[in-house]
Ligand binder design. Structure first.
Ligand code: NAP
Length: 269
């Protein structure tokens, strides 16, 4: 379905089925984990808004979804574009009822080579943007007495590993935001949770593989295998496995303030 056709279909469709037809904003929905989450929510009968920067990638993602979809290009490091995203959703469909903050970027460098630019980009995309999206989405959720906010964090929200200090700081920060928001909103009908995956088979991990190949001279297969072995299950996590956990968090009111690790048993918390 095209984005425009999806927008046109959005006012009706599955909204009559209880618990279905919710308006979901999925940041980073053009590929990887965000796309898998969007596809899963769409297949479950929800109306899905995809937000990311690249309009062409958004269009390709939108046509692959089975239900009503709205594709909105936005650089979420820009406060005006965060506001414009939610304002457009409100105009076209109504306020967001489910927010899945999956947009993110990775970077690795030893501490001494972690530049201000790396540090600032990691915090801007992985911490400040989810905060601004949450803050903008929250008032109508509170007013309605129902809302779901899920942030895709990482096992890096829970443990430190070498060469990813800026990413790890941002992900620890966003889990702190989730926990504090959940405590503040408990009992309001709005839940706030995080999913904390290990290495997932997405374009971000493809980039990590390419960086390992460039730095170490290992083959692509060796680099991918090394990342697969970081999970005790000996493979990369699949994006649909992350999407299934997001759906659980959307459907279960009693889950609140959690950071659910999805890494095959490596990090126990
Ligand atoms: P990905 O394949 O690289 O996709 C990232 C998505 O975020 C894309 O849609 C990208 O679209 C969007 N994005 C990036 N910067 C943006 C910005 N400034 N404004 C708006 N959208 C932006 O990454 P992924 O692997 O699916 O990762 C998704 C999330 O899961 C990230 O938060 C990541 O940290 C987390 N995570 C990933 C893994 C993993 O192994 N892959 C593990 C744990 C956690 P544009 O570039 O077009 O904007």
């Amino acid at each position: 379905m095209s984005a425009a056709a999806g927008a046109a279909a959005g006012g009706t469709g599955a909204a009559a089925v209880p618990g279905v037809g919710r308006i979901c904003v999925v940041t980073g929905g053009s590929r990887g984990i965000g796309f898998a989450v969007a596809a899963d929510l769409s297949a479950a009968g929800h109306r899905v808004v995809l937000a990311a920067r690249d309009p062409a990638a958004l269009r390709s993602a939108a046509v692959a979804l089975p239900g009503p979809v709205l594709a909105v290009p936005a650089d979420l490091t820009r406060p005006d574009q965060v506001d414009a995203l939610f304002a457009r959703v409100e105009r076209e469909w109504g306020p967001a009822e489910i927010l899945v903050a999956a947009a993110g970027v990775g970077a690795s460098a030893p501490l001494e080579r972690t530049t201000d630019a790396i540090w600032e980009e990691q915090l801007a995309v992985n911490l400040t943007a989810p905060f601004r999206c949450l803050r903008r989405a929250l008032p109508p959720m509170r007013a309605a007495g129902w809302g779901r906010i899920v942030v895709i964090a990482s096992v890096a929200a829970k443990v430190g590993q070498p060469y990813v200090s800026a990413y790890t700081a941002a992900k620890h920060g966003v889990l702190g935001l989730v926990r504090s928001a959940a405590a503040e909103l408990a009992g309001s009908g709005v839940t706030v949770n995080a999913v904390c995956p290990g290495y997932v088979d997405t374009p971000m991990t493809d980039a990590t593989v390419a960086a390992i190949v460039a730095r170490t001279g290992r083959t692509e297969e060796q680099a991918r295998d090394a990342l697969a072995r970081m999970q005790p299950i000996g493979r990369l996590v699949r994006p649909d496995e992350v999407a299934a956990v997001v759906r659980l968090l959307v459907e279960q009111e009693a889950l609140n303030g959690q950071g659910l690790t999805v890494d095959g048993g490596g990090v126990q918390s």
